[in-house]
Write a protein that binds this ligand. Sequence first.
Ligand SMILES: CC(C)(COP(=O)(O)OP(=O)(O)OC[C@H]1O[C@@H](n2cnc3c(N)ncnc32)[C@H](O)[C@@H]1OP(=O)(O)O)[C@@H](O)C(=O)NCCC(=O)NCCS
Length: 196
Amino acid sequence: MTSEPAVVHQLAVDRVAALDPHDLADLCEATNAAIVEGGGFGWVDAQSRASLERHFRGVLLVPERELFIARLDGEVVGSAQFVRPPRNNEAQGFSANLTHAFIAPYARGFGLARLLVRRVEEHAAGLGIRVLNLDVRAAQTSAIALFEGLGYVRWGEHPAYARVGGETVTGYYYYRVIELSHGRSTADALGQIKGN
Ligand SMILES: CC(C)(COP(=O)(O)OP(=O)(O)OC[C@H]1O[C@@H](n2cnc3c(N)ncnc32)[C@H](O)[C@@H]1OP(=O)(O)O)[C@@H](O)C(=O)NCCC(=O)NCCS
C-alpha cells in the first residue's frame, strides 16, 4: 500500500503598514469566518465587507497600534494587533497589549497562532517592551490552551467581561514577561514578577 506524501504548508507572519486589496479581502473573509465560528476578539456577529475594511484601514492609521497578519501558503488567514500605551502613559510604557488575535477556522491546527504570538513578542522585545498583556473569554478554550502553553500567567478573572448572545460571560486576564536580547534582565529592570 502506498501512502500519500504529507502536505507541507508554508507558514508566515508579517507586520504590515499597508494592505493591498487582495490581502485586505482575504483578511476580511478570514475575520468573518472566525466571527461566525465563535469569534472571541470583540465582534459577535458577522460584519459587512465595508465595515471590516474600515476597521483594518483604521488600525493601520493608529500610531500605537500595529497589525500582524498570518499567511497559510501565501493567503492571509488571520491577524493580531499589538497595542502600546499612549505616549502620555509613561508609567505603563514598559508594557503593551496583544489583542484581536485569531486564525480562520480553515487554517487552524498548523501552528500559525503560535508563530503569530511569538512574532508579536519578538517585535515587543525589539521595542524594549517587558510585559505583554492580553485577555480572553473564559469559553475560548483553544486560545487559553495556546496562551498558557506559551507561558502566559493568568492573573485575573472578570465575571462581567463581555456580552455574547444575550449572556454576560466571564473573561480571563493574562500577562507574559518578555526578556530582551540585550541589556538588563526583566527581573533586574522591573523586580521579580511571577513568570520571570
Ligand atoms: C486560538 C486560535 C488563535 C488558535 O489558532 P491555531 O493556528 O489553530 O493554533 P496553533 O495551531 O498555533 O496551536 C498552538 C497551540 O494552541 C493550542 N490549541 C490550538 N487549538 C487548540 C484546540 N482546538 N484545542 C486545544 N488546544 C488548542 C495548543 O496548545 C496548540 O499547541 P499544540 O498544537 O502543540 O497542541 C484559534 O483557534 C482562534 O482563532 N480562535 C478564535 C479566536 C480566539 O479565541 N482568539 C483569542 C482571543 S483574542
